[in-house]
Ligand binder design. Structure first.
Ligand code: ZN
Length: 387
C-alpha cells in the first residue's frame, strides 16, 4: 500500500477541508469527499495546526527533572549537573532520551535540536520514533566525553537522512576555549553542518568573557568568525542593541528559552531589541532540569506573557509566537515545514475543539497559545506519519 494519509473534514483557516498527504507532504488541501488513502483520520471536531520545532534542548536531561532545583545556572551546573552527568553511561542516556521523546511527541513536538553525549543512543531512538532531530556533537574542553579527534571523524563520515541531521555543538564560550571554537567552526563549515552553541545566557558569562577576552560573547564569537547563518544560538538574554544587529546581520538563528531563563534566574529576554533587529527567533525548552518539562506550548505562552510584563500588551502576539515555535524553527534547520499548506512537509498537530480549554473558539491561535494544554492534542503527525 502507498504512504498516503487523508485527514477528513478538519478545520483549517476557518473552513472544513479534506487534506491529502503523500510522500510526507501535503499534496491537496481540498480533496474530494470521496477521496481515498492508505490511512484516513476523521478530522470532525478537530483543527489542524503546525507541529512544534524545539530548537534547544538536552533530551536526556529528563533524568534530572526536579534535581537541583531553585539554584542559579553556574552553581547548578558545577555542583549538581556536571557531577551527575559524570556518572551517566550510554544506557542511562537511552532511558533519558526515551522519556524526552515520549514527552515531546505527546506535547506536539516533531523536531528537537539536541546537545548531549552518547549520541548514538539518541539517534537510534529518534530513528524509531518517527520524529526529526538535529543531534549535536558536543565540544567542551573540561568534559571527558568530548574527545576532539573522535568527533571530527564522526562529523566527516555522517550522512543526513530526511529526519536526522548532525550538528557541531561547542557548548559555550565558558566551556570551550578559542582553539575549540575555531576547530568547531572549521569542522562545521567543511562538512556543511550547523553550529549549536549557548550564547550570553547569564550576566556572569558576559562578565567572565569580558574579563578574559575584552569582548562580550557575541563580539568575541564574531571576532573568531564563528557567527553565520548556520549558527543556532541558545538564550541570548544579555545581548545589547549593537550585538542584536550583529546577530541579525550574520543571519544567526536565536533559540529563546523563556522557562529556563526564568527558572535559573538568568534574566528576561530583550524582546524589544530582538524583534526590532530582525534576527530569526525560535523557541526552545532547554533541558528538562531547568524547565522542568519539554512542552513547547507552555514555552509559547510563557514567552508571550514575559514579553508583555514590562507594559506593552501588543508585544509578541499569539500568531507571532506560534511562528517562532513552528515555522521559524523548521526554516532554521532547512525543513520545508511549519505551515499547513500544499507542498509543505506534513508536520502537524490535530487539536480537539470540544475540549473545554478550546471552547468557545473566537480565535483558534489564541486558544492554542493562551488557553490550551497538551490534553487538547489528538494526533501528532511528522513527515506524513502519525506518531
Ligand atoms: Zn542549554
Amino acid at each position: 500500500m502507498d504512504n498516503s494519509l487523508l485527514i477528513k473534514n478538519v478545520l483549517l483557516d476557518g473552513e472544513r477541508r479534506n487534506l491529502l498527504v503523500r510522500d510526507g507532504r501535503f499534496v491537496c488541501m481540498d480533496a474530494a469527499r470521496g477521496a481515498e488513502a492508505a490511512k484516513v483520520i476523521d478530522g470532525e471536531g478537530l483543527a489542524i495546526l503546525p507541529a512544534f520545532y524545539n530548537t534547544h534542548t538536552h533530551a536526556a536531561m529528563t533524568l534530572m527533572r526536579g534535581y537541583g532545583d531553585d539554584r542559579p545556572l553556574h552553581e547548578w551546573l558545577e555542583q549538581w549537573v556536571w557531577p551527575f552527568e559524570d556518572k551517566l553511561g550510554p544506557e542511562d542516556i537511552r532511558h533519558g532520551s526515551e522519556i524526552a521523546i515520549r514527552e515531546m511527541i505527546s506535547t506536539g513536538t516533531v523536531f528537537f535540536n539536541d546537545m548531549y553525549f552518547d549520541i548514538d543512543e539518541t539517534i537510534q531512538l529518534v530513528e524509531a520514533s518517527g520524529m526529526r532531530a538535529a543531534i549535536g556533537v558536543t565540544m567542551m574542553d573540561n568534559h571527558p566525553k568530548t574527545l576532539k579527534d573522535e568527533k571530527a571523524t564522526r562529523i566527516r563520515s555522517w550522512k543526513d537522512s530526511d529526519r536526522i541531521q548532525l550538528t557541531v555543538a561547542p557548548h559555550s564560550v565558558y566551556t570551550a576555549g578559542r582553539e575549540t571554537l575555531l576547530d568547531a567552526a572549521r569542522l562545521a563549515r567543511e562538512n556543511g553542518r550547523k553550529i549549536h552553541i549557548h550564547i550570553s545566557e547569564t550576566v556572569k558569562e558576559v562578565q567572565d568573557c569580558l574579563a578574559q577576552t575584552g569582548m562580550t560573547p557575541v563580539r568575541y564569537l564574531d571576532s573568531l568568525g564563528l557567527l553565520g547563518p548556520d549558527v543556532i544560538a541558545a538564550h541570548c538574554v544579555h545581548v545589547d542593541k549593537e550585538e542584536w544587529d550583529i546577530l541579525a546581520e550574520r543571519g544567526v538563528t536565536v533559540s529563546h528559552c523563556p522557562c529556563s531563563n526564568m527558572k535559573l534566574g538568568s534574566g528576561r529576554f530583550p524582546y524589544e531589541l530582538a524583534i526590532a533587529s530582525g534576527a530569526r527567533i525560535t523557541l526552545g525548552t532547554d533541558g528538562c532540569s531547568s524547565n522542568n518539562n519539554l512542552d513547547m506550548r507552555e514555552e509559547m505562552k510563557t514567552a508571550a506573557l514575559l514579553a508583555k510584563v514590562t507594559g506593552d500588551a501588543a508585544l509578541l502576539s499569539a500568531a507571532q509566537v506560534l511562528r517562532w515555535a513552528t515555522r521559524n524553527g523548521a526554516e532554521a534547520f532547512g525543513y520545508d515545514a511549519g505551515e499547513i499548506a500544499s507542498g509543505k512537509l506534513a508536520d502537524a498537530v490535530l487539536v480537539d475543539l470540544s475540549n473545554p480549554k478550546m471552547t468557545p473558539c473566537h480565535n483558534l491561535v489564541s486558544n492554542w497559545v493562551y488557553s490550551a494544554d497538551s490534553s487538547c492534542i489528538k494526533y501528532v503527525i511528522c513527515n506524513g506519519k502519525i506518531l
